[in-house]
Design a protein around this ligand. Structure first.
Ligand SMILES: NC(=O)c1ccc[n+]([C@@H]2O[C@H](COP(=O)([O-])OP(=O)(O)OC[C@H]3O[C@@H](n4cnc5c(N)ncnc54)[C@H](OP(=O)(O)O)[C@@H]3O)[C@@H](O)[C@H]2O)c1
Length: 211
């Protein structure tokens, strides 16, 4: 299932995957619209009979490069509403389905910019990206990863955060130096973890990274 808030973009993405032989279907899903989240969960339960993997990929970064003291509260709230509250709402709506799966996996697409450790290191390559809204929303998402993983540690469900790295996409005006194929590696790996794989961790394609 390809969740997208925009029917045309979502349908085009599903059609492109179908051309490559993937059994992909569009489902309308807007993280800022609770009704769409509920409806998507109901449709998946009714028409697709279950869900094994949830990749929480949607994310936004508002406020440009504004200094934390200059960031409008509205940008902070809207960024959190998608990256944190909306993502948690989708997770909660899909949980009953994921818990029925023998190998449920949740992948929260986080960011190295959500790492407190990286942000606190003035020599780290992320040091110049001092983004109050985006970075703190991803740090909050990382904490959600830990708390959900703890709650379900005695079930088959695994919950992890992934960092795709600085990737050329709309999010950064295509200034990232990684391809989407490279970025997808960690999402696929965390989505297909074996039963003895980790839960409650934060990873990029090279292994565990610090919170
Ligand atoms: N690019 C990077 O360098 C980088 C680095 C670290 C982490 N990440 C994370 O990777 C994930 C994917 O980002 P990306 O780089 O691929 O950025 P992107 O091209 O801007 O994609 C973000 C996607 O999120 C969707 N989205 C935004 N708000 C939504 C909402 N309310 N409901 C449903 N969908 C919504 C967008 O939908 P529309 O198509 O409708 O706009 C878009 O498809 C994000 O979580 C991002 O934070 C990216």
């Amino acid at each position: 299932m390809i969740g997208s808030r925009d029917e045309q973009r979502g349908s085009e993405a599903a059609a492109a995957l179908a051309k490559e032989g993937v059994d992909a279907h569009f489902i309308q899903l807007d993280l800022q619209d609770h009704d769409s989240i509920t409806a998507a969960a109901q449709t998946i339960a009714k028409e697709y009979n279950g869900l094994d993997v949830l990749i929480n990929n949607a994310g936004i970064s508002l406020g440009g490069g504004a200094a934390p003291s200059q960031l409008p509260m509205s940008d902070l709230k809207v960024t959190f509403y998608t990256n944190f509250f909306g993502t948690i709402a989708v997770t909660k709506a899909m949980l009953p389905l994921l818990l029925q799966s023998p190998a449920g996996r949740i992948v929260n697409m986080s960011s190295g910019l959500g790492s407190l450790t990286f942000n606190n290191d003035p020599h780290h390559e992320h040091a110049e990206f001092n983004l109050l809204a985006y970075n703190s929303s991803k740090a909050a998402l990382n904490m959600a990863t830990i708390t959900f993983a703890k709650e379900f540690k005695d079930t088959p469900l695994k919950v992890n955060s992934g960092d795709p790295g600085f990737t050329a996409t709309d999010l950064n005006g295509f200034t990232g130096h990684r391809s989407v194929e490279q970025a997808a590696v960690i999402a696929v790996r965390l989505a297909t973890l074996d039963a003895d794989g980790p839960t409650g961790g934060f990873f990029d394609e090279n292994g565990e990274i610090p919170w």
